[in-house]
Write a protein that binds this ligand. Structure first.
Ligand SMILES: Nc1nc2c(c(=O)[nH]1)N[C@H]1C(S)=C(S)[C@@H](COP(=O)(O)O)O[C@H]1N2
Ligand SMILES: [Mo]
Length: 508
């Protein structure tokens, strides 16, 4: 009985340490492949593909913002648990334990293969890690006195076993951290990005940024919302970057970064928003994008008139289907290289992304762009459209109260600014109104805008009369005179509608 109690934890320890070796050695091997090929990342990317789209909602870009660390944590926890189970199995029957290791490794290999944008060589780190884990498992089982179905076998040499386990754990840690460091040294494009100099950014247009307490009209790069499926931010070297334009075109084009930069460049303020932004939500931002006109390049390629879809493909293997007619109707659809006077930040698509004013991100704003295929909506479906999101959604007119904050305290009899932003890219915002409780809709002051492609700040001065709770509503009217849709709809499948409202507490 006494020994039985000690044997189970020994098996768990052997298994967990072996699993750690798989992960660590895999990280090390990924130096020779690429960061996406590290086992845990490959498994995560495979799980993203395996997860039904309905589970990934409401955050489009599936693993939206906070769920990425959660996904990775889940993988580590599950791996440790399965490792512990395999370890105790191995301590009874070594072959069974090794089969467990292989099954787990096999799952990892399968994930590496099905991940979007995968290369066949992405399986190498998982294979190397699995082999290392198998070796360590055998070694530690031997040090623990060999596999046995008897319950009362004690450790032959407790010290030696613990030293062996500690050594394997140290190997896992050194290989893991060393692997990560090596991957950064070999693949990070931060230095290449820093070397790229763009003309300094234009100042914010006069009168655009006048509502105190509203979101700043220009969103700084580090505050710009980020939505994508990338567990590791793709590191795309501008020196080896190529854009291929093909499909239903007269002349295929392959463009280098230098060739793109040699094209005429324009700077445009454009508000980008995510279809999965809830009413009043934060998934919207406004920046100065610098780039070349996409339509010019498409004309050079000779896109066929019946190619109604441009399938934009990213380095990490995701696809975005933009209507060709929209991209070519004269709006400033960009092959963007710059954002707010800097080269695109790596998380926002360095070195090149597309930005199309008036279209949601998931149908137009391909980050880490590498490929454009002229095709039709009938022939090919883009990634999120496969998951049920609308194929050609019209962008929604929206307005948001930024100040006061929901549930804020305001003072009775004291003038308070209600302010925020409203947007309907490429159509524009002509009016914003605010309603306090059941009162009349009061027109807000509108800030200036350089075009219809950006959001518009608004503000209204309000003096709360009675103490207690007050409800504030905002609604906008678009450039054609259409008032915002009040029907409450969730973001799936074509963008949220409904009015943003907050309550505040007035006190004396
Ligand atoms: N490669 C890639 N590009 C992508 C995505 C992605 O998941 N992968 N998400 C899209 C979505 S849904 C949006 S809303 C925008 C967001 O761009 P941002 O992260 O620069 O704000 O990027 C788009 N481009
Ligand atoms: Mo999005």
């Amino acid at each position: 009985m006494k020994h039985m109690r000690t044997r189970a934890p020994i098996g768990w320890l052997i298994g967990v340490v072996s699993a750690a070796v798989a992960v660590g050695v895999g990280e090390l091997a990924a130096i020779f492949v690429r960061p996406q090929a590290a086992p845990v990342v490959a498994v995560g990317n495979g799980i993203i593909v395996l997860t039904p789209e309905s589970w990934k909602r409401p955050a489009i870009g599936s693993v939206g913002t906070n769920d990425k660390p959660l996904l990775l944590l889940g993988i580590y926890v599950l791996l440790a648990a399965l490792g512990a189970a395999i370890g105790s199995l191995a301590l009874r029957r070594l072959v069974a334990g090794l089969i467990g290791v292989d099954l787990l490794g096999g799952f990892g290999v399968a994930c590496a293969l099905i991940a979007k944008g995968s290369h066949p060589s992405d399986v190498i780190p998982t294979i190397v890690g699995t082999l290392a884990a198998g070796g360590v498992l055998v070694l530690l089982v031997r040090m623990a006195g060999g596999a046995s179905t008897a319950d009362d076998v004690a450790l032959p040499d407790r010290r030696m076993f613990l030293q062996g386990a500690a050594g394997a754990a140290a190997l896992a840690a050194v290989a893991g951290f060393g692997g990560r460091a090596g991957q950064h040294a070999r693949f990070d494009v931060a230095d290449a990005r820093k070397k790229i100099r763009l003309p300094s950014a234009e100042p914010v247009p006069a009168g655009a940024d006048l509502a105190k307490g509203a979101s700043p009209w220009q969103t700084p790069n580090r505050k710009f919302y980020r939505i994508d499926t990338a567990l590791t931010v793709p590191q795309v070297d501008p020196d080896t970057w190529r854009l291929r334009i093909h499909g239903m075109v007269d002349r295929e084009i392959t463009m280098t970064y230098a060739q793109l930069r040699a094209r005429p460049m324009i700077d445009r303020w454009i508000t980008l928003c995510c279809v999965s932004n809830p009413v009043g939500g934060p998934l919207v931002g406004n920046a100065l994008f610098r780039g070349a006109l996409l339509a010019d390049v498409l004309r050079e390629a000779g896109v066929h008139p019946d190619a109604d879809q441009l399938l934009l493909r990213s380095y990490d293997g995701y696809t975005f289907g933009a209507p060709t007619a929209v991209v070519m109707d004269g709006r400033d659809a960009l092959l963007a290289i710059g954002m707010n006077g800097e080269a695109l930040p790596v998380e926002h698509g360095f070195p090149v992304r597309t930005v199309v004013p008036g279209l949601y991100g998931y149908v137009s704003a391909c980050k880490w762009l590498v490929d454009i295929e002229a095709t039709t909506f009938d022939q090919q479906q883009a990634y999120w459209v496969e998951g049920g999101w609308a194929q050609r959604p019209a962008i929604r007119l929206e307005s948001r109260i930024d100040t006061p904050r929901a549930h804020a305290t305001v003072n009775v009899g004291e003038q308070t600014t209600i302010a925020g932003v409203a947007w309907d890219q490429h159509v524009g915002v002509s009016k914003v109104e605010v309603q306090v409780d059941d009162g009349p809709w009061q027109p807000a002051q509108l800030a200036a805008v350089p075009s219809t492609d950006t959001w518009r700040q608004w503000y209204l001065q309000w003096t709360p009369r009675g103490s207690g709770s007050h409800r504030l509503h905002v609604r906008a009217t678009d450039g054609h005179g259409v008032v915002q849709d009040t029907t409450h709809r969730s973001p799936f499948p074509s963008g949220a509608t409904g009015l943003h409202s907050i309550t505040v507490q007035a006190v004396v």
